[in-house]
Write a protein that binds this ligand. Structure first.
Ligand code: PEP
Length: 249
């Protein structure tokens, strides 16, 4: 039985004051839960949230990381820097990074390699756009994105990596893949890994992301190959985020 993980992606939201209230509420509400819970926050708030989470089991994460170790990369943040602030997780290849900031499959793969080498656990996002789904390319797109990561980190690298299936058309739109639609893609991801290593496939955590809410979380998380969620909008409301964590418990 795979342990479930619920990771909140705050995106570019937050303030020192609002974060304090949100993290305190989540920390308290999540304390008795058995599932893993992580908060992926904007870089400037890592120190604050790290402090607020210090005596808790909740994990801290960032939303992206540089593929480079150090040097003349203005504006970038390295794996070592994230580790210094207590990060355990980093989201890699979120569709907003791919679409708005031009991250290719190769860049995403390089970031995974850097994260793993530095001891961070990448939450690697894959998923198709609405057009790709409508033209029947979902499996092909997801499989290509996964293959790029697999060829960079090897199947052994999956021991310390989580996949998040996030259909782009479902992110922040209020549209959700039906539990059956999501399950079908999750099963295909697991099969792709199983073709290389059945044992690794059986333990790989595959999260679903895309307008997960307290109302749909129970059914989504009940699917055989859905091992938790990557949560955007609902992660900004303590009550909603905790209800989703409860659903994964
Ligand atoms: C996300 O940001 O990864 C996400 C899934 O957002 P939302 O839950 O708001 O769709």
């Amino acid at each position: 039985m795979r342990k479930k993980l619920v990771a909140g992606n705050w995106k570019m939201h937050g303030s020192l004051q609002a974060n304090q209230r949100l993290v305190e509420a989540v920390r308290e509400g999540a304390a008795p839960l058995r599932c893993d819970v992580a908060l992926c926050v904007p870089f400037p708030y890592l120190a604050q949230v790290s402090g607020l989470l210090s005596a808790s089991t909740l994990g801290l994460g960032a939303q992206t990381v540089s593929e480079f170790g150090q040097g003349a990369y203005t504006g970038e943040v390295s794996v070592a820097m994230l580790k210094e602030f207590g990060c355990r997780y980093v989201i890699v290849g979120h569709s907003e990074r791919r679409t708005l900031f031009g991250e290719t499959d190769q860049v995403v793969a390089d970031k995974c390699v850097a994260a793993l080498a530095g001891g961070l656990l990448p939450i690697v996002c894959v998923g198709e756009t609405r057009l790709e789904r409508e033209s029947g390319q979902t499996q092909e797109v997801v499989s290509r994105q996964l293959a790029a990561v697999l060829s960079a980190v090897g199947v052994a690298g999956l021991a310390n990596l989580v996949i998040a299936y996030e259909p782009v058309w479902a992110i922040g739109t209020g549209l959700t893949a039906s539990p059956a639609e999501a399950q079908a893609v999750h099963a295909a991801i697991r099969e792709q890994v199983a073709a290389l290593d059945a044992g690794r496939a059986a333990t790989l955590q595959i999260l679903y992301g895309g307008s997960v809410k307290p109302q749909n979380a129970v059914e989504l998380f009940a699917q055989a190959d859905i091992d938790g969620g990557l949560i955007g909008g609902a992660a900004l409301v303590a009550e909603d985020f905790l209800a989703i964590c409860q659903a994964a418990n």
